[in-house]
Design a protein. Sequence first.
Length: 148
Amino acid sequence: MNTLAMAEAYVKDARRSLREAQLSREEGAYHRCVRRAQECVELALKGVLRLLGIEYPRSHDVSQALELARPSMPEWLAQRVDDLKRASLKLAEERGPAFYGDERAYVPPEQLYGEEDAEEALRMAREALEAAERLLSEFKERAASEGF
């Protein structure tokens, strides 16, 4: 499988994770919304990095890799890197608590997150997915015009 196909698969899964996050939000499962939004951001940004030919870390936060990739990005994407880095870092930090809660304090995940947390996570996920879809579209157009 080539790089473009791999990136396309990541973006497709990111889109699916966003739908699941939105459904969780509608159901009032705010912790699940945050968790699924994190997955969307991670997959979307790993798709971006794959398209740019940047090796990404095998971790949930790709903010450092995004900074390293900035010079090889189109200008429109480079302008968004700081926001995308913040989203990656913040949601990676929330990944565990959104799934398991605060195990030391015996607080379940449902009690850790509210509607505002879910809305913020969804906003970050939408921005990351929008960037990934735009970059993927540009790469596909270029590949088509070059006969690949």
